[in-house]
Design a protein around this ligand. Structure first.
Ligand SMILES: [Cu+2]
Length: 120
């Protein structure tokens, strides 16, 4: 490989790598990871490190007994940048896993999960 070509490739790699890591990741949520609530939350909100497309995002809640409680379709949370909000059904006391899928403005899909508890 010639030196100019090697240089060109190194420059290209340096240019592309920040994009490769620019996927949406969760920064903050309500309920927060591990949070213990005194009642069912009316909604869930998720804040990401970058803009996400709410219509392509999903939030699913799974109880510790394995029952699914899907949140409504998320919409943009106008009170927080890069955040989505979704109404959730009334939840009984217990621990729930919130499983989210998000699509960033670059079209890349990411997912994750966290748990929270509703006290008896
Ligand atoms: Cu990406």
């Amino acid at each position: 490989m010639t030196t100019p070509l090697r240089l060109a490739l190194a420059t290209l790699a340096a240019t592309l790598s920040p994009l490769a890591f620019a996927h949406a990741s969760l920064v903050e949520s309500f309920p927060a990871k591990g949070q213990i609530l005194t009642g069912s939350p009316a909604e869930i909100h998720l804040t990401f490190n970058e803009h996400v497309e709410p219509r392509f995002c999903r939030i699913k809640l799974v109880s510790d007994a394995g029952k699914n409680f899907d949140a409504d379709r998320p919409s943009a949370d106008k009170t927080r940048p890069n955040a989505i909000v979704a109404a959730v059904p009334v939840l009984k006391p217990g621990t729930y896993s919130a499983r989210w899928t998000a699509v960033g403005s670059d079209g890349h899909k990411t997912h994750g999960d966290f748990s929270f508890t509703i006290a008896k």
